[in-house]
Design a protein around this ligand. Structure first.
Ligand SMILES: [Zn+2]
Length: 70
């Protein structure tokens, strides 16, 4: 009887972990997407909003292009 109890406990714990993994993975993927491609920054010269990946950040200020950086 003890072995069955252990098996049930292991199964429940394993199911719990696999459920946590299922719920965590999609949210992590969504968070990565929103933080890397959807975050918009405003140029401190012309106020144009540009994606974070394309923005030039220097001394805490955001620039849309090298021309505005100078
Ligand atoms: Zn600009």
């Amino acid at each position: 009887m003890g072995i069955i109890k252990v098996i049930v406990i292991v199964l429940v714990v394993w199911l719990g972990f696999s459920l946590i993994k299922k719920f965590r993975k999609p949210t992590e993927a969504i968070n990565n997407k929103t933080s890397s491609s959807n975050k918009m920054l405003a140029c401190s010269v012309c106020k144009t909003h540009i994606p974070e990946d394309e923005a030039i950040v220097q001394n805490g200020k955001v620039y849309c292009s090298k021309e505005h950086l100078e």
